[in-house]
Each structure stands twice: as structure tokens, then as C-alpha cells.
Design a protein around this ligand. Sequence first.
Ligand code: NAP
Ligand code: ZN
Length: 352
Amino acid sequence: MYNAKAYSASSPTSQLTSTTIPRRDPGERDVQIEILFCGVCHSDLHTVRDEWKDVMPAVYQCVPGHEIVGRVTSIGSAVTKVKVGDSVGVGCMVGADLTCPQCQKHMEQFCPNVTLTYNSPDKGAGPVTYGGYSDSIVVDEHFVLRVPENLDLAAAAPLLCAGITTYSPLRHWGVTKGKKVGVVGLGGLGHMGVKFAHALGAHTVVFSTSPNKRDDAFRLGADELVVSTDAAEMAKHAGSFDFILDCVSAEHDLNAYIHMLAIDGNLTMVGAPEKPLPLGIFGLLFGRKSVSGSMIGGIKETQEMLDFCGEHNITSDVEIIPIQKINEAYERMLKSDVKYRFSIDMASLKAE
Ligand code: NAP
Ligand code: ZN
């Protein structure tokens, strides 16, 4: 075991502060990574503040971060996927049994024995896994992704969660040219959803509570932006969408978006608000509509997404921050004041 530098929270109401955490020594299938950048996902904030306590209670100290990019510093004797010096990524998972039916179908995210990158029981060094707000991490090679060389690393970090979480449902629901697709909430996930829906050729409409994001929405690839608080603008789109991806982190009216779906349309939730949202069943009956959920994506699909980003030159729009600004960044995220993802420059951790 060795000590790594990190930022952690010690309770749901504490600020994140500098700390040291144990990491396991690399085993034969392990890759040791110097973390260069880590994206800031709203899930980090939900977890640190224990907003998901009914489903996944937080264990403290809590070191979040699951949008990790860095450089390989050492590899175990059995590692074949990467070599020392490679640019690599780690997303939301660092372990799974790799033998269950879900793993066999390349859906490790649904494995009953999945180990998430942080706040999951850890067989290695800590009582729980510690995430990417840290200077290094040791990960089984299966969960290490190759980052295409043409992508900027700070801007590629958010692909490891925001990227795959939006890419996977868009592909699963057959989004392509000729489809009308809505993306609700232009935050970290939402802005990646817009880039992917546009790249897949769909007519892409953003639903936002922030009228000042209109110019950005067009620049990101949207064809239209609808201000969701404007009833008249909303009414114009009723019954017209093939697919809507809901990326909202807080309580909001799902039924308004079900009303936007065409016959057989689907609304997929990737946003994970703390409290349950009321669902009007009649809105589904009239039109054979469906509501579903989606959680990140498997490792094979994550690599496919990264390669797609390499080919299409897609990265996240990031605001690079030092780790010392993380508490401020959380407050700004709660005000929807992020354009469009914070990416922590982990070199700043050296000053601690
Ligand atoms: P984010 O950057 O904070 O973006 C959320 C966006 O939602 C905001 O920018 C805002 O967009 C909109 N919004 C916020 N509060 C709202 C409200 N009260 N009513 C309506 N709209 C509101 O968050 P994120 O990192 O993209 O994450 C979004 C959600 O997805 C979080 O709940 C996160 O935990 C979850 N998540 C799920 C998965 C998964 O696998 N399913 C993976 C990652 C994250 P506008 O300003 O445009 O309205
Ligand atoms: Zn995330």
C-alpha cells in the first residue's frame, strides 16, 4: 500500500479538504495511473452531500471523481491493454465479476458485483473505493480506457461519465438522421447529449431553464432551444419527439416532457434527482409512450464512444479549475452556472 494525495469530505455538510488516502500496490492485472485531470460530475455532489442515502449511502471520508484521465506510470506483469506513458481514462467503474450474464453482454454497469470508482466496498486498500480527486489511482486493466491521441486531455476527462452516459441511451434508442431528439437540461451531461445527437444526425432541441444558454446551445450543435418555463414555446412542440434524454439533476415536471413525445416516443432519464418524480400514467397510455432509465455504459461501449469522439473530434467544453476551487465549483453547479463541465487540473494538488 502507498499513500496518495486527495481531496475528501468527512460528512455530508463538510467542505472538501486536502487529505491522504491509501492505494493498493499494483497487482499483476493492475495499471497505476498518474491522474492529470478529473471532471466534476453532479453525481459527485449528490454523493458527497449524501443526497442518494436511500439507494447508495455515502461512506466518509468520501473522495469523489469518476471522470479520470491520466498517464500510465506502471503496469503489472499480466497487463496487455496499455503500456507505461499511455494516455488513459477511468470512468465510473473499477471492478465487476466479468463472468455474470450482464458482464458477458458487455454491461458491467449492471453486474451484481460491480465496484464503482468511489464509495463502493473495496477489497483493496480502503473500506471503500476512493475516486479521482487524487494524484494517482490503481485500476484493473479491464476498466482502463484508451484516450485517442488527438483529444485534449482536460476536455476528454468528462467523456468518461458525461460522455458515455449520454452516448449509450442515444445509441440504444436508435437516434439517427431523421429523428427529432430533445435534451433536457444543458449542463455537463446535457451538453454532451447535444453534441452526440447532432453528430448522429438528429434534429436536436434543447429544453432549458436558462434562456442565456441559447447561443451556446446552437454552437454545441442544437437546432433549437426551448425555454421550458415558457408555456407557449413548449406548446409548439407537443407530441413531436421520437426521443427525449432528460439530464436534470433536480426535481422537475416529467409529465411536461411526456406530453412532448410522439406516438411510441421514449423519454429516458439519466438525471438522478434526490426525490421521486410524479408520473401521470394517462400521459403514457395515450400514445403508447415509455419512460426508461439508463446508467453510464459498459466498458466496450465506453471505448467505442471514445473512439467515436476521436474520429469526430468531440470533447467536453470545460472550465479548468485547481482542486482548491472545488467547493466553489459545487455551489456554481447548483446554480446551473457551469459552461459546461469543470475539469480539475490535478497538478494543483502538488501545492497541498
Ligand atoms: P449539471 O451539470 O449540474 O447539469 C444539470 C442541468 O439541469 C443544469 O445545468 C440545468 O440546465 C438543469 N437543471 C438544474 N436544476 C434544475 C431544475 N430545478 N429544474 C429544471 N432544470 C434544472 O449536472 P450533470 O453532471 O449533467 O448531471 C445531471 C444529472 O445526471 C445528475 O442528477 C447526475 O447525478 C446524473 N447522472 C446520472 C448518470 C447515469 O449514469 N444515469 C451519470 C452521470 C450523472 P438548464 O440551465 O439548461 O436548465
Ligand atoms: Zn458522473
